[in-house]
Design a binder for this molecule. Structure first.
Ligand code: FMN
Length: 367
């Protein structure tokens, strides 16, 4: 797949998730395989220009973390342009502009989803960035501010005219937050509004079937996956396989999930140091545990983990405790197996399946 001058191996993207899509997680997803392009958390353009430590940490990268897109937010054209130039000089593959963030702090300064309401100003800002760099500039948006203001098709059209190389669209409005159903017709309207650039659909892609359905129903060129990747880092590999062959790969075993989780912790420690890495891992490990079967004994301890050795001890105790739920071949007994997730747009209206993908708690709850 091509995004401007950039060729990427698969049409599957890791969405920016502030607080989550850091270097260790991106490396984990890439090692598991199947992702085409990963994006950083959103980065404040001004902070980047000021060489703020936190902003620099957000764009930290290394061999194996390519191709990489950095997502910028900001509403001052000169700052956004200068930040894009810096990113290009650092070897970043593409720059994405956040136009979907509903957080008050971002919108109040005219960034995030506020950009969707001011077409001319936004087009001028983006034109400045596109003209300043050779790498592709992309934009990520929601369908609009609310159901009465579905501005994404018009905005996408205007951005294509000023040279944006691709559009990422989350099929919900700002007013919707993370509730309700992802609107595939809304994504399709964006696809139809542009002439040649790829539109990448986003929202609630939690299974390979959901990815295939989003592509089929909207005509989008690829899908971007956020929470589904955190929940299941294998989703890219499995989706590629499913789209190519129609065959669903079996779920990863418990041993494989544990192997990848431990690798994730090793990378957190390597990038953030043992103390901070372990503290940050307290909110990561429970996502892996969602598919372990009964896991409260693991979760209640892991949310207090401080060292790698402590983590290993928690894991060993949990392995012993978990034995009561597994059969002779080490597989979870059927009554403890969890049903697969179902994307909002694939749910039967009267379905009782547990289908809502959680929105992580904590300071980023408002996304
Ligand atoms: C915790 C969290 C953090 C997010 N951070 C960002 C961000 O930094 N930039 C952005 O454009 N979108 C952000 N989003 C939105 C996601 O990129 C994505 O559009 C949304 O979660 C829908 O996709 P999903 O259902 O695959 O998660 C965030 C979402 C969540 C849940």
């Amino acid at each position: 797949m091509r995004i401007g001058s950039l060729t990427i191996p698969t049409p599957l993207f890791l969405s920016p998730l502030a607080g989550y899509t850091n270097l260790p997680f991106r490396l984990v997803v890439r090692e598991v395989g199947g992702v085409g392009l990963c994006t950083t958390d959103l980065v404040n353009a001004r902070s980047l220009l000021e060489k703020n430590h936190k902003a620099l940490k957000l764009i930290e990268t290394r061999a194996g973390d390519a191709p990489l897109a950095v997502q910028l937010f900001g509403s001052v054209a000169e700052e956004m342009r200068a930040a894009a130039v810096i990113l290009e000089s650092l070897g970043v593959a593409s720059v994405d502009i956040n136009m979907g963030c509903p957080v008050r702090k971002v919108c109040n300064v005219g960034g995030g989803s506020a950009m969707m309401t001011e077409l001319d100003k936004t087009s001028a800002l983006v034109r400045g960035m596109v003209n300043a760099v050779k790498i592709p500039v992309t934009a990520k948006m929601r369908l609009g501010w609310d159901d009465d203001n579905l501005t994404a098709p018009d905005l996408a059209h205007a951005l294509e005219d000023v040279g944006v190389a691709a559009i990422f669209v989350h099929g919900r409005t700002r007013a919707q937050g993370f509730g309700g159903t992802v609107n595939l017709a809304g994504i399709r309207a964006v696809v139809q509004a542009v002439k040649t650039i790829p539109v990448i659909g986003n929202g609630d892609v939690v299974t390979p079937q959901a990815a295939r359905m989003m592509i089929a129903e909207t005509g989008c060129a690829g899908v971007s996956i956020g929470r589904g990747a955190f929940y299941n880092p294998w989703i890219f590999q499995h989706t590629n396989h499913f789209i190519a062959t129609g065959e669903l790969l079996p779920e990863p075993s418990f041993a494989e999930r544990v192997r990848v989780m431990c690798r994730h912790l090793d990378l957190m420690v390597a990038v953030f140091g043992e103390e901070l890495g372990c503290r940050m891992f307290r909110k990561v490990a429970p996502w892996y545990a969602k598919r372990f079967g009964p896991a409260h004994e693991f979760n209640k301890r892991v949310v207090q983990v401080s060292t790698r050795a402590e983590f290993q001890e928690i894991l060993e105790k949990y392995r012993d405790w978990r034995q009561q739920f597994v059969g002779e071949r080490g597989e979870l007994l059927p009554r403890f197996q969890q049903p697969p997730m179902v994307a909002s747009f694939m749910r039967e209206p009267d379905s009782t399946t547990r289908s809502q993908i959680p929105v992580p708690k904590g300071p980023v709850e408002v996304w």
